[in-house]
Design a protein around this ligand. Structure first.
Ligand code: HEC
Ligand code: HEC
Length: 308
């Protein structure tokens, strides 16, 4: 009898620990969810008038941005972009010029934690589908330049297996890249990225590391004009109509599915957490009852021994 109780007691203890571990995991994923929601809320209210993750607006598209800069740089830039630009940071100065010296307001009232929440949101959001990009057929009527369709061909043929324009993929999103980096640099990188990385270029080295040292193949067979055409196509697509809203503002099925999935996922996590909590409580209660039972038995046993 005592042996069975003792065994069940150990088993119950073990299961309680296991459940505590699982519910800690559930809480952790809920915390991540909360950071995401906080980041999303701040982004939408403070940054959304000038930035989108999937599209160029007044400021650059922000897909893959957390892979392109160090966290330290991003926090400094978001806190006070002008300070970074005036400090002589070459990248920031170039960006400022390309965006016609549009001053991004400083956000020094945001705490580091809040900025980290925005960055977490940007990272997660970069991996989400962007809905349908308008195809060439949709934009043909207001775009007569044949180079765009040639650019689309070249891009689809050589780059699209690794790159999206509005979303992170095997390689970084290429949205706004023509404004973010000087063309001569881009041409050198596309022709032979490894050469640029090996030359010690800090931006290229960081990017390479953040993409798990994945080697982008050299495209030295593309001539200057072809690369220009690809870059023009990227520039054109970066600022095309909002992909998330789809053509004419209709939400695409893909986007709706993702949203439904998000909702399902969220309510599932909540109910998971409830189940874990209730089960842990019940197990703890049963453990406590058994514990008391065993203590009483032990106490009696000791008393009996003393008497005899
Ligand atoms: C008034 C418009 C505006 C607002 C609001 C704004 N930005 Fe910007 N942002 C810009 C512009 C324009 C640039 C390009 C650089 C420049 O002109 O200084 C930029 C650049 C950036 C960059 C560098 C991108 C790159 O490609 O390297 C980051 C990161 C950024 N913004 C994040 C944010 C975040 C986060 C917020 C909200 C807290 C925000 N911005 C709010 C206009 C804005
Ligand atoms: C096999 C996958 C692959 C292919 C194909 C590929 N890339 Fe890349 N690309 C990458 C990776 C990975 C990176 C990140 C840097 C690294 O790991 O070297 C990158 C980085 C870049 C960057 C730097 C982006 C930034 O924001 O800093 C540019 C520009 C670029 N690629 C353009 C192209 C173009 C244009 C093509 C087609 C002609 C192409 N890539 C084809 C994998 C690829």
């Amino acid at each position: 009898m005592i042996m069975t109780a003792l065994k069940s007691y150990h088993l119950l203890n073990f299961m309680t620990i296991l459940l505590a571990f699982l519910s800690a995991r559930a809480v952790q994923s809920q915390e991540r969810e909360e950071v995401y929601e906080t980041g999303k809320m701040i982004f939408n209210t403070q940054c959304g008038t000038c930035h989108s993750v999937h599209k160029e607006m007044l400021g650059p598209m922000l897909a893959s941005i957390t892979q392109k800069h160090s966290e330290q740089w991003l926090i400094a830039f978001i806190t006070n972009s002008q300070e970074v630009i005036l400090s002589g940071d070459e990248y920031a100065r170039h960006l400022f010029e390309e965006y016609n010296r549009t001053v991004m307001p400083s956000f020094d009232e945001l705490s580091k934690q809040e900025i980290r929440a925005i960055l977490y949101y940007l990272k997660e959001e970069s991996e989400k589908p962007t809905g349908d990009w308008p195809t060439f057929a949709d934009i043909e009527m207001n775009y007569s330049d044949n180079n765009i369709s040639r650019g689309e061909q070249l891009f689809n043929g050589s780059c699209a297996i690794c790159h999206f324009i509005g979303k992170d993929g095997e390689g970084p999103s290429l949205g706004s890249v023509t404004k973010r980096l000087p063309r001569p640099w881009l041409k050198r990188f596309i022709r032979n990225s490894q050469e640029v990385i090996k030359s010690g270029d800090p931006y290229a080295v960081r990017l390479f590391k953040n993409y798990d040292m994945q080697v982008m193949p050299p495209f030295d067979f593309l001539d200057d004009k072809d690369i220009d055409i690809i870059l023009d196509y990227i520039e054109y697509q970066s600022a095309s109509p909002p992909p998330v809203a789809g053509v004419n503002g209709r939400k695409t099925e893909a986007v709706m599915e993702v949203q439904q999935f998000d909702i399902d996922n969220k309510s599932m996590k909540k109910s998971n957490k409830m189940t874990f909590t209730i089960a842990s409580m019940l197990l703890l209660l049963a453990g406590a009852v058994l514990h008391v039972f065993l203590m009483v038995k032990l106490f009696r046993y000791l008393l009996n021994r003393k008497k005899s």
